[in-house]
Design a protein around this ligand. Sequence first.
Ligand code: G3H
Length: 482
Amino acid sequence: LVDGELKTWNGKTTEVYSTISSTENYKPTVLGTIPELGEQEAIEALNSALNAYDNGQGLWPTMKVADRIACMETFVKQMKTKREDVVKLLMWEIGKNLPDSQKEFDRTVDYIYDTIEAYKQIDRDSAKFEKNEGVYAHIRRGPIGTVLCLGPYNYPLNETFTLLIPALIMGNTVIFKPAKIGVLLISPLLEAFQNSFPKGAVNIIYGRGRVLASPIMGSGKIDVLALIGNSKSANALQSEHPKGNRLRMVLGLEAKNPAIVLPDADLDLTVDECIAGTLSFNGQRCTALKLVYVHESIVDEFNKRFTAKVDALKFGNPWEAGVKLTPLPEIEKPAYIQELIDDAKAKGASILNAKGGDTTKNFIFPAVLYPVNKTMRVFEEEQFGPVVPVIPFSNIEEPLDDMAQSNYGQQVSLFGGDIKTLAPLIDTLVNLVCRVNLNSSCQRGPDVYPFTGRKDSAFSTLSVHDALRSFSIRTFVASKDN
Ligand code: G3H
């Protein structure tokens, strides 16, 4: 979708695979093909976005608030009619189970409605006058310019739209390149974009990330890089922009969220929350629990109950009832998880659960590794998959020191029963991460709350309200008269 047109393409195409296969001799299924656009088409999309922005004078950035809201409402109304198509593709392309795929779609729709409401509020607030030292100020929030938006495979709809929608509604123009996996599911929505927004306001291009993003960044004409993914890509793209060090960036990056289980934790609740936290969507969430610290006095009991529940999780195709574990969409992921397991075993850990590490097609059964220590790769690397490192501790300073040394700082889950112990710990933890979850697993939602992180985990904040601020500039009209 470039310059308001759904273009046809006669050039090179790429096959999109699903790792879900019904055949006995496992072979990935071809779901469809997408255009593999090149540098020229990337620049065409860039020019379309620049023309539509027209240095802040274009139709979209100058449109009245009520009209811009009407465009967004038209879009979300049309989007809702595509629920079934998108949910089906979420299951086939990324292997997300049915309830979670439906949740991803519905949550994205809610996010759009919440963004519209928050935008109305920003406009109302902007209409207020402030007076200081005899000067009245009429504050306004306006667009920044042109935004390059790149999303991840694990939430190809929700996470991408939590960048794209606030960027758009603030009056910026956008170039959006979907993730490599989770791309076909954007196709049912292309017409809704085309029908709802002025031409060039939103441009959607398919192809390889670096091939398309590099010329756009290299042009130096992008004002905001909005990316949920990894720091390696974010750093590389920033360095390609001639004024990269002054570029506005909205980034959601890696995390290594720990659970800390204190001796007086309610073990049944803790085990259930740790199962959800470590293994929902096979652990492929930036918010997943990726290290589980358990006090040495209860670690044996925790391991017994935890491993029994892990082995009871049902593996299958995403649409089957009760399925929690599904094929991994990245072909190379099982081999990577196996490397982490082998490395940990060679350095003294064991797989505690009977099914841990069993491999079927593009799936590896979650392995609970114990005891994990700092020398192991799984301690350091963001596994983003089905392997759970359990670390015993005797003194609370041990997990706290590890968190202080970590490159990441998104969230923590703290399990314990006594508020007198928890309260001072919370005071320490809020300076290490951005969200402390008490007796519950880490997660992004509710989406109106701030979603961010310290250190290499994020740059800027992505709640509904904060995202509108991240994609806008505050200006004001100053006057001596009211
Ligand atoms: O991958 C990161 C997602 O934002 C996680 O969202 O906590 O709702 O699964 P979630």
